[in-house]
Write a new protein. Structure first.
Length: 179
């Protein structure tokens, strides 16, 4: 007996959503995950907040720990891509060199970088977890955008500013990126 797929599955890819806390990375990744799964495609979100409670719980936020966090996530994404899954990574990943390392681990053919370029002021106004407030009060050291830098990607495959693009338009652009 042979199995014939009823829909065309996109090649396994890793979409790496990078941007400030509160920019909309997880919202975009989770929405795309639901769309892909509803269409019968294997997809999974690797969310930075969730990973830091398990796989990366032993890491802090120093540059070295951030690099190790991204390396671990990239290795998991690569394995998941090899298993046929589309992986949607939602991580602040503030440093260009670390994102380039993730690209080299995952592979150029599979890696797609999405810069969720929502401005700091908007992210800070959203502040769903009160992280910016805590960082401004000195309670969170090395917080990206406040006491630690964010290096925007030099050449991402896609830039999305959640203040100027609708969720529907963003999903359309992300689906095109997977095609």
């Amino acid at each position: 007996m042979s199995i014939h797929p009823t829909t065309h599955s996109p090649a396994p890819r890793t979409l790496w959503f990078t941007g400030l806390s509160g920019a909309g990375k997880s919202t975009l990744a989770r929405t795309l995950e639901r769309e892909l799964q509803a269409a019968g495609h294997a997809a999974y979100v690797l969310d930075g907040d969730e990973l830091r409670t398990g796989l990366c719980r032993d890491l802090g936020f120093s540059p070295a720990d951030r690099a190790e966090n991204i390396r671990r996530v990239a290795e998991v994404a690569r394995i998941m891509n090899h298993a046929g899954l589309t992986v949607l990574v939602a991580l602040v990943s503030p440093f260009e060199r670390d994102r380039q390392n993730a690209r080299s681990i995952i592979g150029e053919a599979a890696f797609r970088e999405i810069h969720v370029s929502t401005p700091l002021g908007v992210c800070e106004a959203r502040d769903p977890k009160s992280l910016y407030r805590k960082a401004r009060a000195g309670q969170i050291p090395e917080f990206t955008g406040v006491s630690s830098p964010y290096e925007p990607p030099s050449s991402p495959e896609l830039v999305l500013d959640t203040t100027s693009v609708s969720l529907d338009d963003a999903m359309k652009q992300l689906r095109e990126l997977l095609a």
